[in-house]
Design a protein around this ligand. Structure first.
Ligand SMILES: Cc1cc2nc3c(=O)[nH]c(=O)nc-3n(C[C@H](O)[C@H](O)[C@H](O)COP(=O)(O)OP(=O)(O)OC[C@H]3O[C@@H](n4cnc5c(N)ncnc54)[C@H](O)[C@@H]3O)c2cc1C
Length: 476
């Protein structure tokens, strides 16, 4: 970050923070309103959202083409705030609640798309491509902080001020976002650019999708992602609807889901680290392969260690390679400026042996082989009782970090035996008539190891076979 960039960077951070905090306050409200109208009607709300998008996208394109930038950003956000004011009044007065709730649901979905895309288009105008590479990470962190603050505000206030009045808080944050955006526009550019319209036509976006395979690829990816997310959303809505009838409670549940850690409890950057057990020694080839091919079987190896735990050790040379899951709050982590200090902090580990392990390790790394985290680089160790095959680096650049890990349960895959029609076999290996199995409860497939991402495919393949076989059996 350069000194002349600090101001713009901080305003961008604040802008994205306010924007996403506002959206994440409204999102649980939307979800609650979707459930309030009946989970069965959700599909119509999704259809309504789709139609609203179809109408809004060319309208938005036409607006972008005509309005000067100086007017465009405040116009869009003030427009959304005005909408929020109308929703607030109607909901507070309890006027046609069910219909207003439906329109609100659709409105939020459209708002999300435009509010965020306006933000990133604005950022693309603010910063050059080179600056973007350096600065977007920090700006995006503003959005992440907002996405955490929003649900936290909803959880804290839903019961206190009532669900409907959260709309006012969200609108205030949106107005703050406009203030931040206004502080951002550099003076010299105001003169040059902000009084002319942005240009382009209402359907330019569509034309670009057709012309550019790159943009078409991104569009397809987003479409597939949305398809999967829609299935999950329906499931979530059904669960929350079954949990409570109280709108405030349901809103809090939706907000809590937004704050949830998800599957970030895993710690899968160990191929770039070393792992030690309670004896202070390494016990596995951390770099035998990419994590996708080792994480399942290494969970089992950790279970076999004394106390069933291990510590992953990183230094600053490889810290940037850590996956997002290393940055959640719910972790057991220690840091130290020296290896000796680290040894004392690794709970349950023989410190003396650990120091020996590090000393031997640092001597064994083949520094003549270049390190490349993107391929199996063959940068190995030589002469250790358990060597590492790839991605070996000395541990010598403080601060040093240790992460405590144990084995988690992602799946079982150790259950029933089936034949090629997915009929379940009894202990005499004879099919049990009318009983079919698929998915996790089928044993014998991934017992010794599991290539990441194959569980769902296995479920789909065996599910189809089991379903077809069951249908055939019924017919006969
Ligand atoms: C954190 C995590 C990350 C994963 N990541 C991936 C990935 O990236 N890619 C991938 O392919 N796979 C992944 N998997 C594995 C994949 O999700 C599972 O293998 C798959 O979902 C299993 O599907 P299933 O239908 O066989 O079992 P499940 O999804 O477990 O379904 C079993 C259902 O049966 C219900 N049930 C249980 N007992 C009863 C009962 N007595 N009566 C009625 N219902 C009952 C359960 O509530 C559950 O809904 C991951 C798993 C986890 C946990």
């Amino acid at each position: 970050m350069r000194p002349e960039e600090v101001r713009a960077l901080l305003w961008s951070f604040a802008y994205f923070f306010c924007l996403l905090a506002s959206y994440y306050i409204l999102r649980p409200l939307r979800d609650e309103m979707g459930v309030a109208g009946g989970v069965r009607n959700l599909q119509w709300l999704f259809t309504g959202t789709f139609l609203a998008m179809l109408a809004a996208v060319p309208l938005y394109g036409a607006l972008v083409a005509r309005l000067p930038r100086r007017w465009f950003i405040p116009f869009v956000y003030h427009f959304f705030v005005a909408n929020l004011a109308i929703f607030w009044i109607l909901l507070a007065l309890d006027f046609e609640r069910q219909n207003v709730a439906r329109v609100f649901f659709i409105w939020i979905s459209v708002f999300n798309l435009f509010a965020v895309s306006v933000f990133w288009s604005f950022m693309a105008d603010q910063f050059s491509s080179e600056q973007g590479k350096r600065l977007y990470g920090f700006i995006a962190a503003g959005g992440s902080a907002g996405a955490l603050a929003g649900p936290a505000i909803t959880i804290g206030l839903a019961k206190v001020i009532g669900v409907v009045h959260l709309i006012v808080v969200a609108a205030a944050l949106l107005e703050l976002a406009v203030v931040c955006a206004a502080r951002l526009e550099p003076k010299q550019q105001v003169a040059q650019q902000s009084t002319v319209s942005l240009g382009g036509g209402a359907l330019d976006g569509l034309k670009m999708v057709v012309r550019s395979p790159y943009i078409a690829g991104i569009t397809l990816w987003v479409a597939l992602l949305s398809g999967v997310a829609t299935f999950l959303y329906f499931k979530q809505a059904a669960i929350v609807a079954a949990t409570s009838d109280d709108p405030a409670v349901r809103t809090r549940i939706f907000a809590t889901v937004d704050l949830a850690v998800g599957d970030q409890f895993q710690k899968h950057s160990y191929p770039f680290a070393i792992m030690v057990n309670a004896t202070g020694k390494r016990f596995v080839d951390e770099g035998a392969d990419f994590r996708n091919y080792t994480y399942a079987k290494y969970g089992r190896v950790i279970l076999e260690q004394p106390g069933q735990f291990a510590w992953q050790i990183f230094d600053q040379k490889v810290k940037h390679l850590q996956r997002d899951e290393y940055r959640i709050r719910q972790i057991t982590k220690v840091t130290a400026d020296t290896v000796e200090e680290l040894a004392k902090k690794l709970e349950g580990v023989n410190a003396e042996e650990f120091l020996k392990t590090i000393a031997e390790w640092n001597k064994a790394v083949r520094q003549d082989v270049p390190f490349n985290p993107n391929v199996k680089d063959g940068r190995r160790t030589d002469g250790l009782a358990i060597n590492k095959s790839n991605w070996a680096n000395t541990i010598d650049t403080p601060p040093f970090e240790g992460y405590a890990v144990t084995c988690g349960i992602t799946f079982t895959f150790g259950g029933l035996r089936v034949n090629t029609d997915c009929e379940v076999l009894n202990t005499d290996y004879q099919p049990i008539r009318g009983l079919y199995a698929a998915g996790e409860l089928v044993g014998g497939i991934f017992y010794f190891n599991y290539p990441g991402g194959s569980g769902l495919i296995s479920g789909a393949v065996f599910g189809k076979i089991a379903g077809t076989s069951a249908g055939r059996a019924l017919k006969n």
